[in-house]
Structure formats: C-alpha cells, structure tokens
Unconditional design. Structure first.
Length: 324
C-alpha cells in the first residue's frame, strides 16, 4: 500500500509541475495553452499531492509537498482576481436612465444543437437590443429568421465549420460587417452602433480553441488584433463573444492591456460559461470587456437552452465608464 501511495504521489506531483510550469512559456502549442484553463483543478490536485507527501513522511516527499503548496498558491494567485475577494475593476452603474440602457446577448448556440425553439424562446424572453450568435450554420440561420425579422440590421455569416456568426440589432448602425483578423478562416464582427446615450463600437469574437490539431497562434493573433483595431480614441468599445480563452490567461491579459479594456468578472466571481453540460469542468470563456466610456449596469449568465455554452447577457449605457 505504501508503494502504491508513493507512486501516486510522484505521478501527481509530476503532473502538477508540468501543468503549472508549461503555461509559463510563450509556446502556442494546444497541449500547453490548454492548461491555462483548469487552474482551479490544478490547485486542488496540488493540495492533494501536498497532503499525500506530508503523510508519506519521507524527506523527499515532504520537500516536494512544500513545492506543491507553492504551486497551489501560484494557481490561486492567478485566479484570485476572479473571486469575490478581489476589488472589482468596474463599478456597476445604478443611476443610468432606463431609456439610455442597451441590452446585449451573446450566445454560442452549438452547431449540432437542434433545439431551435428553446433559443428562439430565450431571445424573445431576453429581447436584447444587440444579439450576437456563434456556431450558426445555414440550418441555424433559417431557424432563427422569426427572431431576426424583428431587428432592423442583421448580418448573417453562416458556416458549416462551427464558426458561423449572426449579428442583429434594432439600434441605428453606422457600419456592421464580418472581417478576418488573422490568417485563418474564422470571422469576427465589427459594428459601430448608435445608442440613446451615444455611439460605441461592438467587437464580436469567436476564435479557435486550443484543441488537438489547432494551436493558438491564430486565436492569439485575432484577439490581439481585435484589441487594436477598434477606434477607441473616438468611441468606447464593447467586446463580447466566445473567446475560447479563459479570463485569467496571458492572452486575455494582453488583450486588456492593448485595448485598455476592463473585465466585469474581476471582483465578482468567475461566472463560468462553458461547459453548460458539466458541473465539474466549467470555465469563463464567454467574455465581456468594455473600455472607459461604457457604463456597465449588469453582466449575467442566463439559463442553458440546449448548447454547451450558457447565454451571456449584459446591460450597458454609453456614459462616463466609471471604474473603481
């Protein structure tokens, strides 16, 4: 039994060491960048290894147990801003006039999901002023037409490869189009929208995730390019969508830095949006970022409607964009 526990300890400690150290590199390999996601899980496993190492009571296992505690503390440090213990980056606006508010709904529908009625009912119930849907193929676009008919401006970009998009708004639009921000065939959505309180840019993103056969060079390039492309010197910006990247990754931190974005999750909890079908493996990858000049009234996760993503809803107003 002792030998089995010793083997389990060294195996677990090696796994924690690799999954903690590998993401510190700048490599874009999917099998490295994927470990940005489960930092909570790695921290839990590290603490388990530390307890096991102390229990085994050997000099070597106790020394490594101390390193496991350090690894757990590091993982905790990375996710700490996305807990309620941290100071929020954005103060929610409570005094904005009802008529100045704009509601936004972002949802990865899951292309294989054929529960179209549930999504149509959700759109009717939430009644967003700005609607951004991802993974929409031709069948999804056809099924969505009853909802899309209620919007003044609709941009349809169906694709059969999980990267189709639909954008719709009933607000006045100066311009709205799908663009390609990197060398792959994954589109993004850019729009300049006139709201009751003033104009703003909307950036809708759905880059590719780190999965076997898909490293993150193009994802990271698209996210960085999106941060730079919006004319934030002229208008405030709202960026929303399934970034296929967790809020605490170095890519997300670079996106915030380059675009001067603020994250409503900071200080309010992770608000995990994927996987809606799992209670254990959930991560905050459906993002909302805003710049100064945007007042955030609310940012919430709605009930699941058949996809592996939760729909994400935000209410904003163009204003002073107060931070802390």
């Amino acid at each position: 039994m002792h030998s089995l526990l010793l083997f389990l300890f060294w195996l677990t400690a090696a796994a924690v060491a690799f999954t903690t150290l590998a993401p510190l590199t700048s490599r874009a390999d999917w099998w490295i960048r994927g470990w940005d996601f489960p930092r909570v899980h790695i921290a839990v496993v590290a603490l388990f290894a530390a307890v096991l190492g102390l229990y085994l009571a050997q000099l070597s296992t106790q020394a490594v147990a101390a390193l496991m505690i350090v690894a757990a503390l590091y993982q905790g440090f990375r996710i700490f801003p996305y807990t309620r213990l941290a100071e929020p980056e954005i103060t929610l606006a409570k005094s904005t006039a009802e008529g100045d508010r704009v509601s936004l709904l972002s949802f990865n529908v899951l292309m294989e999901n054929d529960q179209y009625d549930r999504t149509l009912e959700m759109i009717a119930r939430e009644d967003p002023d700005v609607l951004f849907l991802m993974e929409t193929d031709a069948a999804w676009v056809e099924a969505l037409e009853p909802a899309l008919a209620t919007y003044e401006t609709v941009v349809r970009h169906p694709l059969p490869n999980h990267y189709g998009m639909v954008f719709a708004t009933r607000l006045p639009v100066v311009a709205a189009e799908t663009v390609f921000l990197s060398d792959d065939t994954t589109p993004a959505l850019l729009a300049e929208i006139e709201s009751p309180g003033g104009a703003f840019f909307f950036v809708g993103l759905h880059p590719r995730p780190p999965v076997p056969g898909s490293d993150t060079e193009e994802r990271d390039a698209q996210i960085q390019r999106a941060a730079q492309i919006a004319d934030r010197n002229r208008l405030p910006v709202v960026a929303m969508g399934d970034f296929n990247d967790v809020a605490w990754s170095w890519t997300a931190e670079r996106f915030k830095h380059h675009g001067n974005f603020l994250d409503p999750r900071v200080g309010r909890g992770m608000l995990a949006s994927f996987d809606a079908t799992s209670w254990l493996m959930r991560f905050p990858i459906d993002q909302l970022y805003v710049t100064e000049g945007i007042d955030l009234v609310s940012f919430t996760r709605t009930d699941p409607v058949g996809s592996d993503h939760f729909p994400m809803r935000a209410v904003i107003a163009v204003g002073e964009g107060e931070t802390r």
